[in-house]
Design a protein. Structure first.
Length: 243
């Protein structure tokens, strides 16, 4: 057991609304951990706290050994983050986006050139370097955003609903990239509301109304709930949570 993400009773309150309610879990080095739940369940709020973008209202978490509240800048230096909106500059070319994000991560010279070339190859973007990002398909923009997020070779990668808005074939190809990155030792936490994607994760956590209601492997979740699909399992677990 070698957890690189340790979450302990993490909560986030906005006024009278509790977005995340005493959530606890760990993620092991090199693991693909899926964080699942409907829209508004608290997935994105949790991931933003773990990225050092939000402080917690109570509880805490450590990411790569750094406390998210006490040392958020060190957290951000050791992670890659890809948001739902891809965070790309549409009026820049593919190469210019790579150069811009590489600069943010402190890459320059030969190092930036080599990493950009490697990520172009990984994302299948060779030949698109001079294309304006806004003219690319959603699937290519998605792959470019992933390449930008891992330019600096972070040990931990956070993906916040990265497959929203792309077709099923593109989603599957994107998951091939995720597994390739995990195969190189990167720890990945991904949020999604697509239950079929959860089957590609080593373990999954179901969150509903801010609370973690189940945590296990996909097969373990189905076995616990005596269901054939994760969709059925989530419905069963959500109903239990409100009774």
């Amino acid at each position: 057991m070698n957890p690189v993400i340790i979450v302990e009773a993490l909560s986030k309150v906005f006024g009278r609304f509790t977005a995340v309610d005493h959530v606890s879990f760990t993620v092991e080095r090199g693991e693909i951990f899926g964080f699942l739940g409907p829209n508004g369940a608290g997935k994105s709020t949790t991931i933003r706290m773990l990225c050092g973008l939000f402080s917690s209202s109570s509880g805490t978490a450590r990411v790569h050994g750094f406390d998210i509240n006490r040392d958020p800048e060190r957290v951000r230096q050791n992670i890659g983050y890809m948001s739902q909106k891809f965070s790309l500059y549409k009026d820049l070319t593919v190469a210019e986006n790579m150069a811009f994000f590489g600069g943010i991560y402190g890459l320059k010279g030969a190092r930036l050139h080599d990493r950009s070339a490697a990520m172009m190859s990984l994302a299948g973007l060779k030949g698109f370097e001079k294309h304006l990002t806004g003219t690319l398909s959603g699937a290519l923009q998605q792959r470019l955003a992933l390449g930008c997020a891992v330019l600096h070779e972070p040990p931990i990668l956070f993906l916040d609903e990265p497959t929203s808005g792309v077709d099923p074939v593109a989603r599957r190809l994107f998951w091939d990239l995720i597994h390739d990155l995990a195969g190189h030792g990167i720890t990945i936490l991904i949020t999604t509301h697509f239950m079929d994607e959860a089957e590609f994760c080593g373990r999954i956590g179901f969150i509903n109304a801010g609370r973690l209601i189940a945590l296990d492997t996909p097969s373990g979740i189905k076995r616990q709930t005596a269901t054939a699909t994760l969709e059925e399992a989530f419905i069963k677990l959500a109903n239990r949570a409100v009774t």
